[in-house]
Structure formats: C-alpha cells, structure tokens
Design a protein around this ligand. Sequence first.
Ligand code: CUA
Length: 321
Amino acid sequence: MNGEFLRLWPQTASEHASSIDWLIWSFTGMMSIFVVPVFVLSILFAVRYRKGTKAPRDHRPRGSMKVEMTWIVLPFIGSMIIYLVSAKLYYEVRTPPADAMEIQVVAKQWMWKFQHPGGQREINTLHVPVGRPVRLNMISQDVIHSLYFPALRIKQDLLPGRYTELWFNATETGRYEVFCAEYCGTDHSKMLATLVVQPPQEYERWLSQAGASESLAEQGEVLFRQLGCSGCHGPAAVAKAPNLEGLYGRRVALQDGGSVVADQAYIRDSILLPHKQIVAGYESIMPSFANVIDEEGVLRLTAYIRSLGKVGHASGTIDER
Ligand code: CUA
C-alpha cells in the first residue's frame, strides 16, 4: 500500500479514468504548442535585443489582415474542440445509467458509511463488483465532506441536507484508496476508505458473508413501525395522513397551491421538516423526526416508501398521465 501512496500518477480503474487522462494529456500537448514558442522567443528576443545592442532601423509592425484572422480563428476552433470534447465527457461522467446498482453513502466526522441494496453495511470500505455501473446516493450527517476516488478520477461533495450523486463502472479488480477531499475538521486527514473492486462471484460471496437478514427497504419497514409511522400512514390509521402507497415519483399537490414531485429530497423533508411542505387537504400535525433518526434511517425509510411502488393511487397526488 505504501508504494501506491508514493505513486506519482494514480492508477486507472475505470473507462472514464482513461478518457480523463487522455483529455488532460491532449490539452497539455495543445497548450504546449502555444506556450513553448512564446517562452522560447521571449528569452531569445530578450537576449538578442537587450540594452546596448543595435536594433534594425525601421521596426514598426505593419498590419496584416491574414495574420490577424489566423490567430483569431485557429484558437477559436481549438477552444471549441476542447469545449465539445470536455462537455461530452462531463455529461457521460455525470449521467448514471438507469440500471446502475445503488449504494447509499452517509459521511460523518470522520467516517464513510456505505449501505448496499441488500441491507449490508460497511464503514470505510466499499465493496463493488467489477464491470457493473454503481451509483452512489450521498448525503452528509454533519458538515461538507468530499468523496474522492483518484483511481476513478471522480470526486463529489457530500452536503448536509441535500443529496448528491456519483457513478462509476470499475474495469479493474483491486483495492484503491479513497479520500475525503474537503477539510472537515480535526480528523479530516484520517477520513480515508478503501474501494475493493471484485469479480462478480467474489462480490456475491462477500455480500452473503456480510450477512444482512433484511434488505434496505425491509429495514425501512421495521423502522417505519418502530417510529409509529404506521399509526397515521396506514390502513388501520388513527389519524388522517397521506397514504404512502404509490407515492414515490408522483407529483403531490401542496396546500399553498403549488406542487412537488415526491422524490427522495421531498420524502426526507417530509420526515425531518414536515411543516415545510403541507400536502393539500391535510393538517400539519406530523412531528419532526430530526432528533429521532439519522440520515441512514431516512435512507432506509425512503427505500421502504419507494418499495411501496406505484401501485394504487396515493391520496393527495396528481396523476400526470
Ligand atoms: Cu470529511 Cu474531510
């Protein structure tokens, strides 16, 4: 591991990593075409025409439309090529495929917590299968952190109160360093993790050994009952609260006349800040669970609500079909 830390150029463990390296080297090459002659000529002229040397007589520059246009048009085309190539790569690096496996990430001072769809949890180590797109759904429990995978050439901030995402498709098995890249307090420099990329069978074996008796959604269902949510949001509900079946992904009408799509941010707000958005036709009597559950709990509840699918028609939602 120590040898790897001394490595000057990081390892390459994904398709995007190679593309990003290629981009950096080709830009460096293009820049050199301009930078090297400018530096060399500056030094050359400084020596050639230094004080005391005789300059040729008539040295006034004459205008030339041809030269002017060349150095306007060529750099313009060059910068447009740089822009288009980078924009295309940026779009690819930022757009996870729909079939990506989703892993939940919660950062807190000073550790990384990962939850797999099957409910397996790990801290400061992330196991993933090789050759399969993985999407990280991320949030911070406290301050801003940043998850950085040098071998994948990707980095993204984790913010308190807001979800961000990152995706990758690892192409090489192995163990790779993971860093926190945003100063986050005393032990920031120790906020490290290891990415373990495994062949699919080995990953499956790891999953079964990591042993989770319940999936993320099932853990959410248990929590849902423990917190007493089912007392209001359920078939045998005492209080009148919106039905959560088929809620996820639908548009919800709000009391103030607006509407919002019931995505994970909306569900998180509804649990922690229930008075922020009141569903049309309901009273605001739900208590906040901000001091009761942490971000991992919110992610489990969200997984459960999501698992309730689009069956039926949740009360208070607008059918968009
Ligand atoms: Cu977390 Cu720096």
